[in-house]
Design a binder for this molecule. Structure first.
Ligand code: PGA
Length: 241
């Protein structure tokens, strides 16, 4: 695993945006694996800036998102579809028909999970996947558990994740208790992975992730098994290593 430690959130975001920009320039019809949460927002802003400066063209880009709450409507302002539209898609020339977020309104959950997984394969796999990391070491909504799932599936959110995400909702009770998420193997299908972390609240998770031990108690630690992972994190997130 490559590790880049940055001074702060801004530098982390800039370097991550450059890595994405590089992939888009080299392969205009690339497939991007995208994530939500507060961490990648600065990176998306960087990509929007590059697009506005005429450096990037998203017209042939496809994207696949890691996860979505369940159940949730796409126009709910807490949905990850809404997040992606507002933080990135509405500001660049990507065709929204080429952007795929798990279906938070699916009546047949199994079929929706299969469809998401099939979509990744049909697109030829993900060229570059961005990940955040939960305070508990989760990636996507693959929460610390004895057994982790390989492919896209419905999962329950842990207490720690519900608490961490409550800041985006009116109250903790409003946080959905379930989500559809890509599994560990779905993430591993990406040819290249960038994992971002900022702030002291992530320091414990980063310490466990890079400890040299693989454990499902810290799903991010499994990334040690992938051949092309770059951790980009700021000094605060790296402070316990
Ligand atoms: P955050 O979430 O970027 O909002 O901290 C990351 C995650 O939970 O994966």
């Amino acid at each position: 695993m490559k590790i880049i430690v940055t001074k702060n959130y801004e530098e982390m975001s800039r370097i991550a945006a450059e890595q994405f920009a590089e992939v888009i320039k080299q392969k205009p019809a690339c497939v991007l694996g995208l994530a939500t949460g507060s961490t990648p927002i600065g990176m998306y802003e960087g990509l929007i800036e590059k697009y506005r400066a005429g450096e990037l063209d998203f017209s042939a880009v496809h994207s696949v998102n890691l996860d979505e709450y369940y159940p949730i409507a796409p126009d709910n302002d807490q949905s990850y579809r809404y997040f992606m539209n507002h933080q990135l898609f509405d500001h660049v020339n990507i065709d929204k028909a080429n952007t795929f977020v798990p279906d938070g309104m699916a009546t047949d959950v199994e079929a929706a999970c299969r469809a998401h997984e099939d979509k990744i394969d049909e697109l030829g796999g993900i060229d570059l996947q961005v990940l955040g990391i939960g305070q508990n070491g989760h990636i996507g909504f693959n929460e610390p558990e004895e057994n982790l799932q390989c492919f896209t599936h419905l999962t329950g959110l842990t207490e720690s994740t519900i608490k961490a995400n409550a800041r985006f909702f009116a109250s903790e009770e409003d946080v959905p208790k379930h989500a559809l998420t890509m599994g560990i193997q779905s993430v591993f299908k990406a040819r290249k992975i960038v994992i971002l972390a900022s702030g002291k609240s992530k320091a414990e998770a980063i310490k466990t992730m890079v400890s040299g031990t693989i454990t499902t108690a810290c799903p991010a630690s499994l990334l040690a098994l992938h051949p092309d992972v770059t951790l980009i994190c700021d000094e605060d997130a790296y402070s316990l290593v």
